[in-house]
Ligand binder design. Structure first.
Ligand SMILES: [Zn+2]
Length: 360
């Protein structure tokens, strides 16, 4: 019986029409999967960076996306946690604290803290038949999820573990901004500031476009250009300042400027967001610290240096007046200020003519 059905199918599978049809379905699938990666909301983008594409095992991505969509959690955050917990399931040993499975849940968090022997850090001995039972988990108020519908919520099953992680994160997303919500949820996941910092930093590098798309409320904008530091218009060092060695930008600073917003001079694309500092053999130090470089098109670029922390990631499209970082004193700097450069065809030029409209 089987053979008589299989033979005509085999013939059909080789026919050009079938191959074309299959190809078409494949292309449509590709469009459905990859066309959907650029979901941008008003505030956030969840584009995957090149680093994310290189690091995240592609077979896990559908699970992150499904779980993220179901529980309202950015899927790249789920990938970042998974990376932190077990290096994408390459290290599945039970942790010293007793955390289990692909996403390292404490047994009590998985099955529910009202389980009779639960307490302390949550490493209670729980029989597997209870730990993985959706009914028992419901009873004890746990977070374990049976995502693959096999009747077991299994921390050792990848799909179940990723959904359980999304379930847990989603219930702890509390805060005023997306960043705050994620950081609070991460803190509850692992109770450590260092953990929050590590996972969130990875998330930032995975989600190239994850930035609060915030136009500074105080931005001084004239047409298509903005003054880079809303807090102050004071210039403390000019282009080619005679007292400085080859100072090819302007410095903007005033008391209290530390930590205040730096905004994009013009719409464009962030092409660099890096940390730069080095000490030469002579002992002389140089460096912009955390800096951002934006390409505005027409061979015009701008550089914003000495930011207090990393600015928005490379690859991000920005609008005029959009917050791209915060004033600091990283790199070679003697105090909080913005070092701002304008470059035409790669060569630094005096920024003042480009800011004239904004200077009284
Ligand atoms: Zn400077």
């Amino acid at each position: 019986m089987k053979k008589s059905i299989a033979l005509p199918l085999a013939g059909l599978a080789l026919s050009p029409l079938f191959i074309m049809g299959a190809l078409l379905v494949f292309i449509m699938l590709l469009v459905a999967v990859f066309g959907g990666t650029e979901q941008t909301s008003d505030f956030y983008s969840v584009e995957m960076s090149e680093l994310a594409a290189n690091e995240i095992p592609s077979e896990f991505i559908p699970h992150y996306k499904a779980a993220g969509e179901k529980y309202g959690v950015n899927w790249l955050l789920l990938a970042s946690i998974h990376r932190q917990e077990t290096n994408f399931s390459r290290n599945l040993a039970v942790s010293s604290a007793g955390a289990l499975g692909h996403t390292q849940f404490m047994p009590c968090t998985f099955v529910g803290w009202s389980y009779p022997t639960c307490g302390g850090l949550g490493n209670a001995p729980i029989p597997e038949s209870v730990l993985t039972s959706p009914g028992q988990i419901k009873n004890y108020g746990g977070y374990g999820v049976d995502a693959n519908d096999d009747g077991k919520a299994d921390p050792w099953d990848l799909e179940d573990a990723i959904h359980t992680m999304a379930n847990y994160i989603s219930q702890n997303l509390k805060g005023a901004t997306e960043e705050e919500k994620m950081k609070n949820a991460l803190f509850i996941y692992n109770q450590s500031d260092e953990y929050v910092q590590e996972v969130f930093t990875r998330f930032m590098t995975y989600s190239n476009g994850f930035v609060e798309r915030k136009i500074s409320a105080g931005a001084l904008i004239a047409g298509d250009i903005a003054w880079p530091v809303p807090f102050t218009q004071r210039i403390t060092s000019s282009y080619l300042d005679p007292n400085r060695n080859n100072h090819v930008g302007i410095d903007i600073a005033s008391p209290g400027v530390n930590g205040t917003e730096i905004v994009a001079y013009m719409a464009g694309v962030v092409i660099k967001s890096e940390y730069h500092y080095k000490v030469l053999p002579s002992g002389k130090a140089l460096g912009w610290g955390h800096y951002v470089r934006i390409d505005h098109g027409n061979e015009l670029h701008t550089i914003y240096a000495h930011m207090i922390k990393p600015g928005i990631p490379a690859g991000t499209k920005v609008k005029v007046g959009q917050v791209i970082g915060y004033v600091g004193s990283t790199g070679k700097s003697t105090g909080p200020h913005l070092h701002f450069e304008t470059l035409v065809n790669g060569k630094a030029v005096d920024p003042i003519p480009y800011l004239n409209k904004l200077i009284n």
